[in-house]
Every structure is written in structure tokens, then in C-alpha cells.
Design a protein around this ligand. Structure first.
Ligand code: ADP
Ligand code: MG
Length: 228
């Protein structure tokens, strides 16, 4: 099992006037190699759930095993390390740094891991070749197409060779063609054994034939998965 959450609760600002009970008793698991979607209206807790799975912060209570580690009991610096070593993120609007080149954007996650520059370049070139953006290596990302930006974002998420790939509403601002090419890229990664969790209410994502299961969030709770 790649992800195993048991009775996870998450409060923001607990005990204060602005307390939010964002995740309510979530139990949920994902097997290695699955593509799982989480849908639900805005404010239902999708990003919070993805942040816990992504080891950005631990749950307030409950247990969460992510890539073999019980993260609820890890001190912050171990949580950060676990995240950097095992998890790749793809964000809404991609969050690329426009003033940096394609190569520099892709290698960013390797900086805190202390990978030497020459090795960073070698690894990035391999990823760029797989994603067919090698010819844009030295371009700044504000000078490339939307499809190329998408591949840079995927490349940056893959550069640490993560077991788990997380995408938070990755297609929300894309045209239909890029949405479907995003899911085709995810399907390829599934073939290579990655586990993928995507939050989305885009039917082109949640209805893609390679999605194994879909869960629905509503007001901090999760309803049973459908699909297989
Ligand atoms: P979704 O991604 O489904 O839109 P979120 O996980 O972002 O939902 O938010 C779930 C709830 O938690 C919402 O009520 C939101 O306002 C609240 N929330 C999210 N992040 C924070 C935060 N950093 N501090 C306080 N409340 C937050
Ligand atoms: Mg969100």
C-alpha cells in the first residue's frame, strides 16, 4: 500500500475563533501503481487531503502511512525529507518560475537534496528527453508553449524519481487538448509504476479510462470510491 490513512482529522487554527475542521475522520488507501482521483466542490477539503498525503504537514489526529512511513509521528525535518525524496507535485497553473530556464525549473527539487550541478543536469536531460522537451532546455519558461510548460511541470515533479505523484487541480486552467494530453502523460507514468493522486472536478480527468478509482469529498468527509 502506497497511501494508508486511518481516521485522519485535520483542523486549521484549532481552538481559535477561526477554527476550521477541514478533514473529518478520513480513512482511505491507495495501492502502488494506481491512479486515483479526488473530486468535490471548492472548500470540501481536497487540497488539505493532498497536502497531508504529500507530507506538507501531518494530520491533527489519526494515522497516515505514506510511502512506507508513518508520517503523523515524524518530526518536521524528517517529514520534509520524506517528501523531497518520495513525492512529486504538480500544481494548478504549474507554478513554474518564469525567469528561469526549462532546465533550471526542472532541477529545482534537487537543490535541497544536495545533488551536485553536473548530476542535476544529467538527470534533467534524461527527463527532458523522455518528455520531448530537450530542445527547449535553455529557453525561459515564459517563452515556450502551454503544452511545453505542462511537460516542464511534469518533468519537475519527476526529477527526484518519486514513487508518488500528486496533482492538485492540474487541468483547471488548460484548454481541452492540453487536458487530455495531461491525462495521457499520467497514463504513461502509471505504466512505469508510479502511484498518482489527482484532485479534479474535470470530467476529462476523472472520467479518463486509466483512472482506477474516484472518491468524492464533501464538507471534509469522503464518500466511498467508485470504479474498481
Ligand atoms: P478544496 O481544495 O476542496 O477547495 P481546501 O482543502 O483548500 O478545499 O479547504 C478546506 C477547508 O479548509 C476550507 O474551508 C478552507 O477555507 C479551509 N482552509 C484551507 N487551508 C486553510 C488554511 N491554511 N488555514 C485555514 N483554513 C484553511
Ligand atoms: Mg483545492
Amino acid at each position: 500500500m502506497q497511501i494508508e490513512l486511518n481516521s485522519v482529522n485535520k483542523y486549521y487554527n484549532r481552538g481559535q475563533h477561526n477554527e476550521v475542521y477541514a478533514l473529518k475522520n478520513i480513512s482511505f488507501s491507495v495501492q502502488e501503481g494506481e491512479i486515483v482521483c479526488i473530486r468535490g466542490p471548492s472548500g470540501s477539503g481536497k487540497s488539505t487531503l493532498l497536502s497531508i498525503i504529500g507530507c506538507l504537514y501531518p494530520p491533527t489526529s489519526g494515522t497516515a502511512i505514506i510511502c512506507g512511513r508513518q508520517i503523523a509521528r515524524l518530526p518536521d525535518h524528517f517529514l520534509t525529507r520524506h517528501r523531497r525524496e518520495n513525492i512529486g507535485f504538480i500544481f494548478q497553473r504549474f507554478n513554474l518560475i518564469e525567469s528561469l530556464t526549462v532546465l533550471e525549473n526542472i532541477t529545482l527539487p534537487l537543490l535541497p537534496l544536495g545533488v551536485p550541478p553536473a548530476e542535476r543536469t544529467v538527470r534533467a536531460r534524461k527527463v527532458m528527453e523522455e518528455l520531448q522537451i530537450g530542445h527547449r532546455e535553455k529557453f525561459r519558461v515564459n517563452g515556450i508553449s502551454g503544452g511545453e510548460m505542462q511537460r516542464v511541470a511534469i518533468g519537475r515533479a519527476l526529477i527526484n524519481n518519486p514513487r508518488l505523484l500528486l496533482a492538485d487541480e492540474p487541468t483547471a486552467h488548460l484548454d481541452p487538448q492540453l487536458r487530455s494530453s495531461f491525462m495521457d502523460a499520467m497514463a504513461d507514468l502509471k505504466k512505469s509504476g508510479k502511484t498518482i493522486v489527482i484532485t479534479s472536478h474535470d470530467i476529462q480527468v476523472t472520467g479518463h479510462p486509466k483512472v482506477d478509482r474516484c472518491f468524492t469529498m464533501e464538507d471534509g468527509t469522503m464518500t466511498a470510491g467508485d470504479g474498481i
